[in-house]
Design a protein around this ligand. Structure first.
Ligand code: 5GP
Ligand code: ZN
Length: 113
C-alpha cells in the first residue's frame, strides 16, 4: 500500500523512533510544532477516525495511554500537553493513516486556528 505511515511502520522510510510494540509505534514529527511533537500510530492501516470500528477500541486506548506515557517521560505531564487526531480536510489531515499528535513543551492557545 502506498501509505507514508505504513512505510514508516515497516521501517522502509526512516523516522526518529520514540516507542514501538506489536500494535503501535511513536516517532518524532518531521516538522515539529512544539519542543515535543510526537506522532503515535497503529501499525495497521486505518485511513481516518471515520473508519474505526468497535474492534479498534483497545488500539485507540493503547495509543492514548502511550501518549500520556511519553508525555511523562518527557516531563511535560504536569505542565500539560495536547493530543489531537485530525480527521479529513477541515481539520487539516494530510496523512491518511490515523495518527495521534502529542504536542507539548510550550504554552498553547485554544481554540485552534
Ligand atoms: P496531519 O496534518 O495529517 O494531522 O499530520 C501529519 C503530520 O505528519 C504532520 O505534522 C507532518 O509534519 C508529519 N509528517 C509528514 N511526513 C512525515 C514524514 O515523512 N516523517 C515524519 N516523521 N513526519 C511526517
Ligand atoms: Zn497506512
Amino acid at each position: 500500500m502506498n501509505c507514508l505511515f505504513c512505510k514508516i511502520a515497516a521501517g522502509e522510510i526512516p523516522s526518529k523512533q520514540v516507542y514501538q510494540d506489536d500494535e503501535v509505534i511513536a516517532f518524532d514529527d518531521i516538522n515539529p510544532q512544539a519542543p515535543t511533537h510526537v506522532l503515535i500510530i497503529p501499525r495497521r492501516h486505518i485511513a481516518t477516525l471515520n473508519d474505526l470500528t468497535e474492534t479498534d477500541d483497545a488500539l485507540i486506548a493503547a495509543m492514548t495511554r502511550r501518549a500520556a506515557a511519553i508525555a511523562k517521560e518527557r516531563r511535560i505531564d504536569q505542565a500539560g500537553y495536547r493530543t489531537v487526531f485530525n480527521c479529513n480536510g477541515d481539520a487539516g489531515q494530510t496523512v491518511f493513516h490515523i495518527h495521534l499528535h502529542l504536542i507539548g513543551g510550550r504554552r498553547m492557545s485554544w481554540p485552534p486556528g
